[in-house]
Write a protein that binds this ligand. Structure first.
Ligand SMILES: [Cu+2]
Length: 118
């Protein structure tokens, strides 16, 4: 390998490193939070499980309907609503505000749950 080939090889290496750094940088910018977590609430036997969930702002909550009956996860204040979830359906929400968020199933209002968001 002559000197010119070595130079070109080194340039290619730098270019690849630069691209990789740019991609990693973008991914870091797009991530909502390095600490954001995902939580699952199962809907089974006409109950939300767990009924109360402690989470942080920026976390994602996914409700999964394990029952044969359709259910919803609907904020009591009306700020969000999964719509009807059939058996096996799931619906996710990123929680943007702190506080206690009470929710229920609009089809079975005795089904209640709460998100305690710090
Ligand atoms: Cu229900």
């Amino acid at each position: 390998m002559n000197m010119l080939d070595k130079k070109i090889d080194r340039r290619r290496g730098l270019l690849v490193c630069g691209l990789a750094a740019a991609i990693v940088g973008q991914a870091a910018l797009w991530a909502p939070s390095a600490l954001a977590e995902s939580h699952v609430v199962e809907i089974r036997d006409f109950q939300f499980a767990p009924e109360a969930l402690d989470i942080a702002v920026g976390d994602t909550v996914t409700w999964v309907n394990m029952d044969i009956a359709p259910h919803t996860a609907t904020a009591v204040d009306g700020s969000w609503d999964s719509g009807s979830l059939a058996q096996g359906d799931e619906w996710s929400l990123v929680i943007e505000t702190a506080g206690v968020i009470d929710y229920l199933c609009t089809f079975h209002p005795q089904m209640v749950g709460a998100l305690n968001v710090e």
